[in-house]
Design a binder for this molecule. Structure first.
Ligand SMILES: Nc1ncnc2c1ncn2[C@@H]1O[C@H](COP(=O)(O)OP(=O)(O)OP(=O)(O)O)[C@@H](O)[C@H]1O
Ligand SMILES: O=P(O)(O)OC[C@H]1O[C@H](OP(=O)(O)OP(=O)(O)O)[C@H](O)[C@@H]1O
Ligand SMILES: [Mg+2]
Length: 283
């Protein structure tokens, strides 16, 4: 049988992200120079390097069995694929943006305005649903500069930190959606066991990146309160200590909450509070 095929971005911000995720999940491959193809070591999987925005349609058509791309591009492509998981990276929003000094109050006020975007389908749907009939200017990049070039009154583009908008004296007028990098799969689900194995491996990596392992000692009378602060993924692990008044607790904690949780535990009298980052896990 033909190898399972995974499509990942050949360049751009998601190229490294995808290679690293697959590598951490044990799918090791080497891309030679500008080659568009690589074989995964010890597994019947081929990696194809594609343009990020072509991945949704190529996955829907079955050219690849799975793909890594932005969920914004999946929505814009208007194709039928299964989104198997969110990968916890590449988070961004799609927004309708206007000059800082706009006189519009609502999207409905925009009527027949000119809107520059690389997301024509999502943009048209959103604006028409909100009572505007835009003239769309379809572009593939540098969209934020189009208002000062005089060819658009508004834009629809991705926003992460907002610094590109600020640099172009634009502001968000309305948010259209929130997106992140996703793993998609062709609906036919060729080689389903291998596909599920890839998903489980990636889940291990994505969860591990999101959580830390926290260990601490606490007096038994404060254990219930401590467990409420660190309920763990399922439940925390409790071990007795030589001093019977104390016990040791181990629990998974969301990485972005760790500092806050450590402070609360300290206030509760916990000692020897240790944070360990996890490389991989199966829960
Ligand atoms: N500023 C951003 N922050 C986070 N994610 C982003 C950002 N811009 C884009 N993305 C995500 O990355 C995907 C790929 O972005 P894009 O197609 O712009 O490629 P790129 O990495 O910027 O390369 P290019 O130079 O071709 O634009 C987007 O569809 C979106 O999901
Ligand atoms: O809110 P920010 O953090 O400023 O990020 C948003 C910018 O990032 C992306 O552009 P990119 O860097 O990919 O350039 P491009 O226009 O060449 O795609 C996106 O198209 C925005 O322009
Ligand atoms: Mg870009």
């Amino acid at each position: 049988m033909e190898n399972f095929r995974i499509g990942i971005p050949s360049k751009g911000r998601l190229a490294e992200v995808a290679t690293e995720l697959l590598g951490d999940a044990g799918l090791k491959f080497r891309r030679q120079d500008r080659s568009l193809f690589a074989r995964v070591r010890d597994m019947p999987i081929d990696i194809t390097f594609l343009r990020t925005d072509d991945i949704p349609v190529l996955c829907a058509e079955g050219a690849i069995d799975m793909g890594i791309t932005g969920s914004d591009l999946v929505q814009e492509a208007e194709v039928e694929v299964d989104t198997r998981m969110e990968l916890g990276v590449g988070k961004c929003r799609l927004a309708l943006c206007v000059p800082e000094d706009t006189s519009w109050n609502t999207v409905g006020d925009m009527k027949q305005c000119r809107v520059a975007t690389s997301f024509p389908n999502v943009t048209r749907q959103y604006l028409e649903a909100n009572g505007a009939q835009p003239h769309l200017v379809n572009l593939s990049g540098s969209v934020e500069v189009m208002i000062s070039l005089g060819i658009a009154d508004a834009i629809v583009d991705l926003v992460e930190t907002g610094s590109t908008l600020a640099a172009n004296r634009l502001k968000i007028f309305a948010e259209i959606g929130s997106y992140e990098t996703v793993l998609i799969q062709n609906k036919q689900k060729r080689m389903p066991e291998l596909a599920d194995r890839i998903v489980r491996r990636l889940e291990g990596v994505v969860i591990a990146r999101d959580y830390s392992l926290l260990e601490y000692n606490i007096r038994r009378e404060n254990l219930a309160a401590a467990e409420a602060i660190t309920p763990g993924f399922n439940s925390p692990t409790i071990n007795p200590l030589e001093d019977e008044a104390w016990c040791a607790v181990r629990a998974m904690v969301k990485r972005k909450e760790v500092i806050d949780v450590m402070e609360k535990l300290e206030q509760l009298g916990a000692s020897a509070i240790l944070q360990t980052n996890i490389a991989n896990c199966r829960l």
